[in-house]
Design a protein around this ligand. Structure first.
Ligand SMILES: N[C@@H](CCC(=O)N[C@@H](CS)C(=O)NCC(=O)O)C(=O)O
Length: 207
């Protein structure tokens, strides 16, 4: 039995998108952040920091979105991943690159321009956005080159690098991040956003 605990956030979307691409059967449990369900005693047994996403699989609890996507791919015969060490390392390095570099700076835009405004009624911190822009100006040209050469982040096939990377790009569509200099990233975004699995993942979560 697989259960995915989430909320309407891009980290939870990564796991639902991956599960949907893999065609896994699972139950989705939506936690109400406003009611503090993610900090409840029950949820702290699933995730020690009281965050989402987390999963329960055959009585075991696991957390951290990219690790969860890799685990789901592994229990599905490595679809979206690989049993071959070098290929797996190539996919892992792209997952890490998007989580720790480009994705991290995109998340600053989302936090400053959407979360601060919508939930805290505060103006964005322009210094934080300028810092994020500086790093993205260095990092997005690399992803543009990768996606100009191949349809997906790790070549010709969709992998967990794409399902982990895309949700943060998608939420940044409602920020001032300017992807117009990056036509291949935009082409990739359109392709992933149109996938039936991504639409099914989004449909699981309240807007
Ligand atoms: N690195 C973690 C980040 C998890 C995370 O920060 N989740 C946020 C939502 S995107 C959360 O649960 N925030 C609630 C809180 O920290 O109280 C992952 O990728 O799973």
């Amino acid at each position: 039995m697989l259960r995915i605990y989430g909320a309407s956030t891009y980290n939870a979307t990564k796991v639902l998108f991956t599960a949907e691409e893999l065609g896994l059967e699972y139950e989705y449990v939506h936690l109400d952040f406003a009611a503090g369900e993610h900090k409840s005693k029950e949820h702290l047994t699933r995730h020690p920091l009281g965050k989402v996403p987390a999963i329960e699989h055959n009585g075991h609890y696991l957390y951290e979105s990219a690790s969860l996507c890799r685990y789901l791919a592994n229990i599905s015969g490595q679809r979206l991943y690989s049993a071959e060490p070098l290929r797996a390392a190539e996919i892992d390095q792209m997952v890490d690159l998007v989580c720790h570099h480009a994705g991290r700076w995109l998340a600053v835009y989302f936090y400053q321009e959407v979360v601060m405004k919508r939930y805290y009624k505060k103006a964005p911190d322009e210094k934080a956005i300028a810092e994020a822009k500086g790093f993205l100006d260095q990092q997005l040209p690399f992803l543009e080159k990768v996606l100009a050469d191949n349809p997906f982040l790790c070549g010709k096939e969709l992998t967990i690098a794409d399902t982990v990377a895309f949700p943060v790009f998608q939420v940044c569509q409602s920020t001032s991040v300017d992807l117009s200099p990056y036509p291949s990233i935009q082409r990739w975004e359109t392709e992933l956003g149109g996938r039936a699995a991504f639409k099914r993942a989004l449909a699981k979560m309240p807007a």
